[in-house]
Design a protein around this ligand. Structure first.
Ligand code: CP3
Length: 343
């Protein structure tokens, strides 16, 4: 049977007059109904592990805007927590974790197959969503890429330049590489269960890929993505995979071919014209409007939506932002963007 979901059609390489659309962080703090549900759950992590409420916040932006895809509500840092790392969120600051500074820290972690009891509520969220989403909406599961997740596990928090992770990589590469391997294997197990629970696409978020250069990028951004995608496709034939090596720059060129990704998500530091020539020639791309326009709105938002749609219109494209929508975005601007896109 021919595929009818727009997102899956784009992922299989179809060019459409109006591209499918969803937004990174579409369930989030810019929505009053999200803030209300998070308050009901207590805090962010309690919301992630409350299947009913996590499904509810996943559905909220679908009801409000009719996006073509819903992304599972969870976080990339739940996986290290399932592996035994401590995780908490400092209000107004972001994530905090126990740190891994050498071989002892690595040894204290659980094995790749020991994560599923901890993750059971996340899989239940997927099952609820598979039942409750409108039939035209695609359910996207996700995980962080090993490198990005490792940067948080090594530093114990978000860092501007990922210096602690780079230091471990150069000073104790054996420990660093073993951590990347464990995360790669655990990510495969985690994503496989998401797919078994109803996710139709998986996305790998490598938010800090851009700080790996040259060979280090090939070894720790490209190779783990290749390994995850190859194993996911072996276990789940035909499963579409999206990779987001944020700020990869020239390393976006050939990334889809090298990793087997069906779609590469583009950040907004690359121009659409460059991406059409260098990345979209190999297949579907996703992106890449500046998230700031969702805050500032106006004619500039309408013009930029039309410009990006037009620029990518000769090949497969999923309209999205270049990074997550921010808490100060105006929900009305999402409607303005969708009207400009779908007109
Ligand atoms: O996109 C979605 O709507 C799905 C859910 C999702 C969240 N985080 C929910 C979330 C996804 C896909 C993520 C990915 C994620 N998480 C990434 C990769 C993508 C990116 O943005 O670069 C990273 C690096 C994280 C780690 C993380 N989680 C940080 C650094 C923070 C704090 C900063 C912030 O934005 O608050 C979070 C918290 C987080 N994850 C929130 C949400 C909705 C905000 C928490 C809250 O409600 O207070």
């Amino acid at each position: 049977m021919a595929e009818t979901k727009k997102l899956l059609r784009a992922l299989s390489g179809e060019t459409m007059d109006v591209p499918p659309v969803w937004l990174m962080r579409q369930a989030g703090r810019y929505l009053p109904e999200y803030r209300a549900t998070r308050a009901e759950a207590g805090d962010f992590l309690s919301l992630c592990y409350n299947s009913e409420l996590a499904a509810e916040v996943t559905l909220q932006p679908i009801r409000r805007y009719g996006f073509d895809a819903a992304i599972l509500f969870a976080d990339i840092l739940l996986l290290p927590q399932a592996l035994g790392a401590e995780l908490w969120f400092e209000t107004g600051e972001g994530p905090r974790m126990s740190t891994i500074t050498g071989p002892e820290g690595l040894k204290a972690l659980k094995g790749k197959d020991d994560i599923h009891d901890h993750m059971a509520p996340v899989y239940e969220t997927c099952r609820i969503l598979a039942r409750e989403l409108p039939k035209e909406t695609t359910l996207i599961g996700f995980a962080g890429a090993p490198w990005t997740v490792a940067t948080y596990m090594i530093a114990g928090r978000g860092t501007k330049d990922q210096a602690p992770a780079h230091a471990l990589r150069t000073e104790d590469e054996a420990t660093f590489a073993a951590l990347i391997d464990l995360l790669t294997d655990a990510t495969i197990e985690y994503l496989s269960k998401q797919v078994e629970a109803g996710c139709e696409v998986v996305k790998i978020f490598d938010s800090w890929a851009g700080s790996l250069k040259g060979e280090a990028f090939d070894k720790y951004a490209m190779e783990p993505a290749r390994r995850i995608i190859a194993e996911m496709k072996a276990r789940h034939p035909g499963l579409p995979c999206i990779a987001f090596p944020r700020e990869a720059g020239d390393k976006y060129i050939g990334f889809a071919k090298a990793t087997g990704a069906d779609c590469v998500a583009l950040d907004n530091s690359v121009s659409a014209e460059w991406a059409v020539e260098n990345v979209q020639k190999d297949g579907c791309v996703q992106g890449n409007m500046d998230p700031k326009l969702m805050v500032t709105g106006g004619q500039a938002l309408i013009d930029e939506t039309r410009r990006i749609k037009e620029a990518f219109s000769k090949g497969p494209h999923i309209f999205n932002l270049g990074h997550g929508i921010t808490p100060d975005a105006d929900p009305e601007n999402v409607t303005v963007m969708l009207e400009a896109l779908r007109a």
